[in-house]
Every structure is written in C-alpha cells, then in structure tokens.
Design a protein around this ligand. Structure first.
Ligand code: HEC
Length: 143
C-alpha cells in the first residue's frame, strides 16, 4: 500500500529533476508533458492508489472518472509524441505509454484498483522513466 505513494513520489522527483537538467528545452514536448501527460498520469495513478480517507461513493466515482479520462489523454499524447520522434527508442516509449493507457482505461472503467496499480507501475511508469532516462541528459557535475 505504501509503495503506491512512494512510486508517485519517486516519479515527481524524477520529473522535477528532469526539468532542471534539460539545458535546451524541446518546448512542444515540454508543453505536452507539463500540461497533459503529467496531470493525466496523476489522475490515472489516483485510480490505483488507496482511496483518500473518508472518501464518499460520489467522490470515488469522480476519482475513477478522472482516472478514465487521464488514461484517454495518455493514449492521445502517447500518439502525439510519435510526431516528435527522435532517433533511438523514442517511439517505443511513446507506444508503451499509449498502449499501456489503453489497458489502463479498461482497468479504470472496471474500477479495478489492483489492475490500475499494476499498469500504472508497469508500462506507464516504464514509459515515463525509460524515455526520461534515455533522452534527458544527466547534469554535468562541477568539481
Ligand atoms: C517518448 C518520451 C517521453 C515519455 C514516454 C514521457 N516523457 Fe516526460 N519528458 C520527455 C522529455 C524529452 C522531457 C524534457 C522536455 C524538455 O524540457 O525539453 C520530458 C519532461 C517531463 C516533465 C518536465 C516538464 C517541464 O515542465 O519541464 C514532466 C513532469 C514529465 N516529463 C512527466 C512525464 C510523465 C509523468 C510521463 C509518463 C506518464 C512521461 N513524462 C513520459 C519525454 C518523455
């Protein structure tokens, strides 16, 4: 259970570090990330997370609806990332995101928290992390 919070914490950290590390920003990709991919992923991950304490059935419905929507956005943006392709594994990670989000949408529609958690921590997380590790340079350490 705790792992879910840690997962998101780790990713937020990676994304924050990612932003700081890029010297010459790819502005269209940066905008896709900041305005669409990141909020959509957070909404989707909230489906696989433990529900907030005291959540009402109506709030749970809203959380799942947002998770479905998040998964749909990740599909659209995963495909959009293909239009910003780079040499190497870029397309593979973009497709991993889009296809993971198709499965994610099904899990969110079924309100299957275990499945949503599995997909959120599997293909979706691996797509974010794989692409960032490959394409966002590590900072040069100053002596
Ligand atoms: C196909 C490659 C790719 C995938 C998949 C990908 N990212 Fe990114 N992401 C990038 C690149 C490249 C940047 C750096 C953009 C720049 O500033 O030049 C970035 C930057 C970011 C940033 C920083 C944006 C800013 O404001 O500077 C966040 C947050 C982010 N990604 C979140 C995510 C999350 C969450 C996922 C997965 C759900 C994800 N990304 C999947 C390539 C990807």
């Amino acid at each position: 259970m705790r792992v879910r919070g840690m997962l998101i914490g780790a990713l937020a950290l990676a994304a924050g570090a990612a932003a700081a590390q890029v010297a010459n920003h790819d502005l269209p990709v940066q905008a896709i990330m900041a305005t669409a991919v990141n909020p959509a992923a957070l909404a989707f991950w909230a489906g696989g997370n433990d529900p907030p304490e005291g959540e009402t059935p109506a709030q749970a419905d809203a959380r799942w609806a947002a998770a479905v929507q998040g998964a749909q956005t990740l599909q659209v943006k995963g495909r959009e990332l293909l239009q910003h392709s780079r040499p190497g594994r870029w397309d593979e990670f973009a497709r991993m995101l889009a296809e993971g989000a198709v499965a994610g949408e099904a899990a969110a529609r079924a309100k299957d928290a275990e499945k949503a958690f599995e997909i959120g921590g599997g293909p979706i997380y691996d797509a974010c992390n794989g692409c960032h590790k490959t394409y966002i340079p590590t900072p040069t350490r100053l002596p």
